[in-house]
Design a protein around this ligand. Structure first.
Ligand SMILES: C[S@@+](CC[C@H](N)C(=O)[O-])C[C@H]1O[C@@H](n2cnc3c(N)ncnc32)[C@H](O)[C@@H]1O
Length: 185
């Protein structure tokens, strides 16, 4: 599953997700700091070329772990290269998922979804699976892009997440993106 699904961000353009401009616009440390703590178990869905992955692992520290999941093996291969020699090899697990099933096991403190939910055809199935993977009190961070995702579509995503059992706890302002933090009660 990759090029025939036009909803999915192509591996060939992954450099766009990893530019210096983006590092300024979406400063990973700034975005992650309020949510990622030492020792946490973090599930990153749609990690792409790993723009956030290594920062998440550093912030979760030696006792933490990151499971980074993507639909496209090409994206995971880029992350694999980044991890090599970083000292984080033991803290990051890469996993190739199916379009409608993550297929991950474990219990997570935080799920990180950056610019990915609009690419997933079945949001209901996604959030149901995420709720099952979250510990009680665990958080889901969702950020969606301004042009691809309308206000209405984002609200619909939050409604779907709500039906799956999540509660919105925060609406961080990161104009022009749409952002929400949800909790499994
Ligand atoms: C726009 S990119 C964002 C990547 C990364 N989160 C970032 O912000 O740099 C979206 C990523 O989600 C992945 N993706 C799309 N549909 C997916 C699905 N159903 N399950 C998991 N990953 C998916 C794509 O392969 C792509 O790498």
């Amino acid at each position: 599953m990759s090029s025939e699904n036009t909803r999915v961000f192509p591996v060939e353009k992954s450099g766009k997700l990893d530019s210096r401009f983006r590092r300024w616009l979406h400063n990973p440390q700034k975005i992650l700091r309020p949510y990622v703590k030492e020792g946490m178990s973090v599930l990153e869905v749609g990690c792409g070329p790993g723009f956030f992955t290594l920062d998440i692992a550093r912030m979760a520290g030696k006792s933490g772990r990151v499971v980074a999941v993507d639909l496209q093996e090409g994206m995971l291969e880029i992350v694999r290269e980044k991890i090599r020699g970083s000292g984080l090899e033991g803290n990051i697990v890469l996993h190739k998922c199916e379009v409608d099933r993550l297929g991950v096991s474990g219990s997570f403190d935080l799920v990180f979804l950056f610019y990915v939910v609009h690419e997933v055809p079945d949001r209901r199935a996604l959030f149901r699976e995420l709720v099952a993977l979250l510990r009680d009190g665990g958080l889901v961070y969702v950020e969606e892009p301004p042009f691809e995702v309308s206000k209405k579509a984002f609200e619909e995503t939050l409604r779907i997440a709500g039906s799956a059992g999540l509660v919105v706890t925060e609406r961080p302002k990161r104009f022009p993106d749409k952002v929400a933090v949800l909790k499994k009660p």
